[in-house]
Write a protein that binds this ligand. Sequence first.
Ligand SMILES: Nc1nc2c(ncn2[C@@H]2O[C@H](COP(=O)(O)OP(=O)(O)OP(=O)(O)O)[C@@H](O)[C@H]2O)c(=O)[nH]1
Length: 612
Amino acid sequence: MPRKKPFSNKQKKKQLQDKRERKRGPSEQGRAESNSRSGSRERWEENTDTSDSESLRPQLRRVNQQPQIFKPGERNYDPNRYRLYFEKETKEEIEQRKKIALEKILEPVPESELEVHIDQIYRPGSVLDFPKRPAWTYEMSKEAVQSREEKAFKEYLQKIYESHNPRELSYFDHNLETWRQLWRVLEMSDIILLITDIRHPVLHFSPALYDYVTQELGRSLILVLNKTDLAPPSLVVAWKHYFQAKFPKVHVVCFTSYPRHPEEEQDPSAVFKKRRRKRRVWSSALGPSQLLRACEVITAEKVDLTSWREKIERDSAALCNPASEEGTQDEETDELNAVVSHQITDAELGAPSSELYKDGVLSIGCVGFPNVGKSSLINGLVGKKIVSVSRTPGHTKYFQTYYLTPTVRLCDCPGLIFPSLIDRQQQILAGIYPIAQIQEPYTSVGYLSCRIPVPQLLKLPQPSGVEGGWTAWSICEAWADKRGYKTAKASRSDTYRAANSLLRLAVDGRLCLCMRPPGYSVQKEAWQQHPETKEMAVHSQAQGQANNDPSSGREEEEEEISSSGEEEEEQDRDADEEEDEEEDPTQSQHKRGNKNKVTDINPFELLGEDEC
Ligand SMILES: Nc1nc2c(ncn2[C@@H]2O[C@H](COP(=O)(O)OP(=O)(O)OP(=O)(O)O)[C@@H](O)[C@H]2O)c(=O)[nH]1
């Protein structure tokens, strides 16, 4: 019998990879090729598994790779048509960056470094556009429409790669299927809500989309500065004014699904607290009435929004009088009260309707980058959880529609990453790029630590042997020691895990880094003294006092994060994050009675008065 040849790990890995490819089948391979052909210079690389970080060649990484399941009766079912495509880094690059993280002493950067200029990121008017659906007619066959779209998409990518080095470009969506979802949402919406995270709103605001919506489609665009609980009021006001001055057709609305009082931000121990949301907390979102006002201004009575106004009033009354809560279910909308998830087939793509408010219904499309809180905002508007929310970017895969009232339809689009020149570290910290896919997390920890005092916030003891200050590596090491993260084999401090944990804290807003509009650092005092800021602060303080009232029984729990708790959280990040805990009805009645004191006060009320 011939002797078996020795088989290296590398060969084994290759063999497994080939096997996986074979299993995926020709349809998947064909699609991968067709995607590869559609643009990026490096996109014709072999099919790779995202976990393979060893390869030396720059190649494409598939994020959110799903196993291929052949379902009987569902021809051409491809669970991977919505995955994200990102480029892969070389081993040398990674090693080089690790070395810097290990040796470079971190210095705090001046506040002005946190100022971001949208023109540098998006270069308005340049090739950094977003792909638009090519024109088509009903006379064209489905195949012809499809191939036209693929051709246009390929040209779009080619243009970008001809003018920009892939290294300077931010990660952006290379998946035509995801862009098709946006097209559909734009086609069916009367008003577009562009949702951004207040910590980095310019990163999430595509001027090309603004131009397209306001000029080509002739529709209105509402910019939602979301998650305002994560930024000081002066910064929220400064960003609001920045966008209004730069993009005059935009209507700005400030929103938070999880309001909290200002003192919490100042409390460094908040880093160690995990905020658990219970079902009813959605009804305390701040911003729904401001959003309604913006829509009323835009629609100018062409559509009847009384049902929405009444819903807001009813929800508010239900908080006062929980006994009446059962009745808050809009009887008229009961049959409409179902989220419809739409998987686009080409036949479903309709032509953009020139008719506004079709059948007397206002359709509001919620678009934005992944993880900016689109689904949470929808839950906040509805007042209960209807779409699932996750810490992992890219959780929403298909657009979903929901009737808020009989005359208001909401449409939640999957998160989209527009092409831009955003600094890679900023992308990571903004949660645009899934942390699980980062090959070298230390550089991002260093970037963060130069901008906020991470060791102080985490109360890290300086490890022995570290002289002259902190390095990104030593911060990770100290965090690993503090959390008890050890490597399995050698039982050394698990710095890699610590680095990932720190980045997750940053993305979740527990280590909160906020970008500033240009000129903010020199005008900071003026923004702090701004009447709108003062007004917001007064309301927030009142809210804080109400929340601090021991009898208020806040419906949002905070718990110390433990190492094991974090573990569970990490494993389950893409799961729906909301706690569906049942409450003691007597308790909840008590809570809601007090809660009303909080929710009646909207710190953004003033902001909403005159900007639409
Ligand atoms: N602090 C804070 N966190 C929020 C707020 N809204 C959403 N989040 C958190 O942000 C994360 C993403 O929220 P989602 O609502 O799933 O965001 P999305 O834009 O629908 O995400 P994709 O499905 O990736 O497109 C979750 O961890 C939410 O808890 C908010 O107003 N304040």
